[in-house]
Design a protein around this ligand. Sequence first.
Ligand code: AMP
Ligand code: ZN
Length: 118
Amino acid sequence: MECIFCKIIEKKVPADILYEDDKVIVFKTIKPSAPIHLLAVPKKHIESIDYLLPEDSELIGDIFLIIKKIAREQGIDKSGYKVAINVGKGGGQEVFHIHFHLLGGWKNAKDRDIIGMP
Ligand code: AMP
Ligand code: ZN
């Protein structure tokens, strides 16, 4: 298995983990594009949104509730944040295990523009 996120989930590669349950893990990206930049990742290996199945809908819904909880814990729920998903190489996806970028904590509104985020 060459998937770096599966290796993080299996604890074969270290990561700064902020949340974990039986289905989802949240950890810090190694290349932050914002003062707070976390990745929410289902433990099930799904390549991208393009590979989602109807049976994954509850899992994806759960991830949004976890993102909401983590955003509160990080103190960015009131200031606001972005949740971003890159789909496919053309969409900027580099790791082909579906993940949700949680970005926030900007001091200035002008720093918020993350179009072109890796
Ligand atoms: P994407 O371009 O949407 O596929 O995003 C991939 C994300 O994974 C980027 O934020 C990378 O910095 C992050 N990333 C890649 N390898 C690791 C790693 N070993 N630990 C933590 N984050 C990683
Ligand atoms: Zn994987």
